[in-house]
Ligand binder design. Structure first.
Ligand code: SF4
Length: 378
């Protein structure tokens, strides 16, 4: 049984998921494979930074083949790697320390088979700090205070032999780089605290690993969203069907106070997200089986025409010129992408851009005001 830090947010909440997670190790997902290619570019840049104190331009990898994935490195991968490497480079220059890149870690304090590879870390125990990075190529918002980071931090505690007393004096900063998550204010979100603040979460991981060996239990919740067992898991099925039963009930006439309304909203959001994710996973499976000729499924595939796309953009621009028209749609990169490229110029860039605002419900202890007055766990 292998406990990977990258899936700690799942098995750290559901000990019954470990077998499914191990089976799903080699599943292909396009966004994951693109993320691996972007990671590889970032890794090469950071290894150069570590060895020579400087990085080659990421653009020099454009059009090359990533040997690990077979993918051609494209603009998006370059952009993601640039934002990630620039953030690491800036913090290394500001604070100094030992830079770890794609570093293997082991966490025997959680489980004998809990090991993996962290993206990057800056360790300076003399100055009393550790910075950890994780690159996410996907669009989904990921909190920097996640069990994945907790697991990597546990790996560093083991690697450097940091004891419980020292943990209280070492500051840890968790930085998640998400260049393509457009819900966030910027491409990097961070959390900072003392290493000892993570101890409760480390204990949670150890408890779930123990449970996975001795009494694996399915526990559904928001963590199921990324679980490969989502489509066949009875716990999620019950969770979603309970929501449907609830929806069929006659409306309740009793008054709900503010707290009850907030709890109801949170329950419905989780159930709605899970129902959507389960539907999408089941649809993918049906498509795969219908394509494979499974006649037991009473559904058929029909192709729908997509949008017209140029085969070769350069030829399209030439065609436009021949017709006396400009087919070249030149658009600047987004302000967030510009900040990622030039973090020192963030203030200047923000002055030249406007952020549209919409109303969003957030927990009271997570409002900007509460954060400013320290009434939050982060
Ligand atoms: S879908 Fe949820 S409950 Fe089911 S195995 Fe995965 S994490 Fe556990």
């Amino acid at each position: 049984m292998h406990f990977r830090p990258s899936s700690a947010p799942i098995w750290g909440n559901c000990s019954g998921s470990v077998v499914a997670l191990n089976e799903a190790l080699d599943r292909y997902h396009p966004r994951t494979v693109e993320g691996t290619a972007a990671h590889k570019v970032g890794e090469t840049l950071l290894n150069a930074l570590k060895s020579f104190g400087m990085m080659p331009p990421a653009e020099s990898f454009h059009g090359k083949t990533c040997p690990e994935t077979g993918l051609i490195i494209d603009d998006e991968m370059i952009e993601g790697a640039n934002i990630y490497a620039a953030d690491v480079q800036r913090i290394v220059a500001e604070r100094g320390g030992e830079l770890l890149v794609e570093c293997p870690i082991e966490c025997p304090q959680i489980d004998a088979n809990n090991n993996g590879t962290l993206d990057a870390a800056l360790v300076n125990l003399n100055a009393g700090f550790i910075v950890l990075w994780d690159y996410k190529h996907g669009h989904a918002e990921v909190s920097p205070l996640s069990l994945q980071f907790v697991n990597y931090a546990a790996g560093l505690i083991n690697k450097y032999g940091i004891d419980g007393h020292a943990e209280q004096h070492i500051t840890i900063e968790l930085r998640v780089v998400q260049p393509f998550c457009y819900q966030n204010d910027g491409p990097v979100q961070s959390w900072r605290g003392k290493l000892s603040d993570l101890r409760g979460y480390t204990n949670q991981l150890a408890a779930k690993a123990y449970e996975a060996h001795n009494n694996p239990t399915l526990t559904s919740g928001a963590h199921c969203y990324h679980c490969p067992a989502l489509w066949r898991c009875p716990a999620v099925k019950n969770h979603v069907y309970k929501l449907l039963d609830h929806a069929k009930n006659p409306p309740e006439m009793d008054e709900m106070n503010g707290e009850a309304l907030a709890i109801e909203l949170s329950l419905l959001e989780t159930a709605e997200r899970l129902a959507k994710a389960r539907r999408s996973a089941i649809e993918d499976l049906i498509i795969e089986r219908v394509k494979g000729g499974d006649a037991s499924i009473p559904l058929r595939l029909e192709s729908k025409p997509g949008r017209l796309k140029w085969d070769d953009p350069k030829t399209a621009i030439k065609l436009g010129r021949m017709l006396g028209a400009d087919f070249d749609k030149c658009e600047p990169i987004t302000p967030t992408q510009a900040i990622g490229k030039f973090p020192d110029l963030e203030e200047v860039i923000r002055k030249k851009a406007t952020k549209s605002a919409s109303l969003k419900l957030v927990k009271s202890n997570e409002t900007i005001g509460a954060k400013a007055f320290g009434k939050t766990e982060n």
